[in-house]
Design a protein around this ligand. Structure first.
Ligand code: XUL
Ligand code: CO
Length: 438
């Protein structure tokens, strides 16, 4: 197999190709329903997993190297940025995402760290201007350093709240400079391990206060994109305050944040919460807070966030079904919050992993369109609820009836028969569409 530096731009070769470094389903400039595939899917590269992660796990060190033969800190981070943009170009990826800590060397003080960060933001701006690549979102890593061991906005220590604010301020400044369309707050360590040492009420109020301060500052400096919170039920803390989409929806509503904040739904976080990816997307949609996606997948046998590249066609199909039903992405996109396995330790494995994930979503997108075009599923659901289109059902949804009136109506009914849900029939339709030879 070819080595990374022998490989040029990844071509689209179609489903029958056996070429490893070619797309089988993602044809970036193919126009579907009036829009290029690249604009439907809005793929983004994740800096932390792709550019920094080298295979470290709890039992052993790195299995790969991403300093690109440099030893001086700024030269290393510039080489990383060069690699990121080269990779995006090779893969026809138009967007990227990063944490502050991902792109620049850490300084000896918070001040120096932010200065280093700003320097590298300027470098990324130059690269963006040259290539046309865009920032989907950035975020502050307010969980890695020991300062944040008890949380950031929910830390019991007010100085930590201030340090977290300084980092978010720098990330928002960077976002505006780079023309980003989103800003993410993943809860990180915003949660708790035991209530014996925790003031939950204050922590939640402080988290909301923090988000409001960030929102107001961002709007003041001209950030027009969406703010996202990213549900995750556990890891690193035992109880995360942003457990799942429903918990986040309640939090945003309680603190009057739904106007500015949406959700960044991650597939592996959904499964950790005991939900499907599609469930989380649907919950976000019905609450009017669907924003962006962290595309990956977990392993059903493992209880942690494995952040694998997504290859499960059912998941990508149903995820794209939700995206299409939502009318597509606006400020959001599909960020691969995914890393190559520890044993997939070469640079060409990164290309192969992205190709696998992008093709899985491209195929999922094509299949979701087919499911919608086929119409049997949507028609079945529509008919299943048709009793609400007229008569008593229409009056119910128009809020015209009291409980007494409903009771009077029910008293006149004979046996009520509920129609079959036909789950197996519908699953067979989905399989038929997915496996249909064309
Ligand atoms: C952690 C996670 C993060 C966020 C950004 O599980 O998903 O990478 O996406 O902080
Ligand atoms: Co994520």
């Amino acid at each position: 197999m070819k080595k990374y530096y022998e490989i040029g731009k990844i071509p689209y070769k179609g489903p029958n190709s056996k070429e490893p470094f070619a797309f089988k389903y993602y044809n970036p400039d193919e126009v579907i329903n009036g829009k290029k595939m690249r604009d439907h899917l809005k793929f983004a590269l994740s800096y932390w997993h792709t550019i920094d992660y080298c295979g470290l796990d709890m039992f052993g060190g790195n299995t790969s190297e991403k300093n690109f033969n440099e030893t001086e800190p700024f030269k290393i981070y510039k080489a990383k940025a060069d690699f990121a943009f080269d990779l995006m170009e090779k893969l026809s990826i138009d967007y990227y995402c990063f944490h502050d800590a991902d792109i620049a060397p850490e300084g000896k003080t918070y001040k120096e760290t932010i200065e280093n960060f700003n320097k590298m933001v300027d470098y990324l701006k130059e690269k963006q201007d040259k290539t046309g690549k865009k920032l989907l979102w950035d975020t502050a890593n307010n969980f890695g350093d020991k300062t944040f061991m008890a949380g950031a906005a929910t830390s019991p220590n007010a100085d930590v709240f201030a340090v977290a604010a300084a980092k978010v301020k720098a990330c928002l400044d960077a976002n505006v400079k780079l023309g980003g369309s989103g800003y993410v707050f993943w809860g990180g360590r915003e949660g708790y391990d035991t209530l014996i040492n925790t003031n939950m009420g204050l922590e939640l109020d402080n988290l909301a206060r923090f988000l409001k301060l960030a929102r107001d500052y961002g709007r003041k400096i001209g950030f027009k994109g969406d703010y996202y919170i990213e549900p995750k039920p556990k890891e690193p803390t035992k109880h995360q305050y942003d457990f799942d989409a429903a918990t986040c929806a309640n939090f945003l509503r309680q603190y009057d944040l739904t106007k500015d904040f949406k959700l960044n739904i991650e597939a592996n976080h959904a499964t950790l919460a005991g939900h499907t990816f599609q469930h989380e997307l649907r919950v976000a949609r019905v609450n009017g807070i669907f924003g962006s996606i962290d595309a990956n997948q977990g392993d059903v046998m493992l209880g942690w966030d494995t952040d694998q590249f997504p290859t499960n066609i059912y998941d990508t199909t149903f995820a794209m079904y939700e995206v299409i039903k939502e009318g597509g992405f606006t400020n959001g996109g599909l960020n691969f919050d995914a890393k190559t396995r520890r044993q997939s330790n070469t640079l060409e494995d990164i290309l192969l992993a992205y190709i696998a994930g992008m093709d899985a979503f491209a195929k999922g997108f094509r299949l979701a369109l087919k499911i919608i075009e086929d119409g049997r599923i949507d028609k079945f659901v529509e008919e299943r609820y048709s009793s609400y289109n007229s008569g008593i059902g229409k009056k119910i949804v128009d809020n015209q009836l009291t409980l007494e009136e409903l009771s009077d109506y029910a008293m006149k009914l004979d046996e009520v028969k509920v129609a079959s849900g036909r789950q197996e029939y519908l699953e067979a339709i989905v399989n038929n569409i997915i496996f249909e030879e064309k």
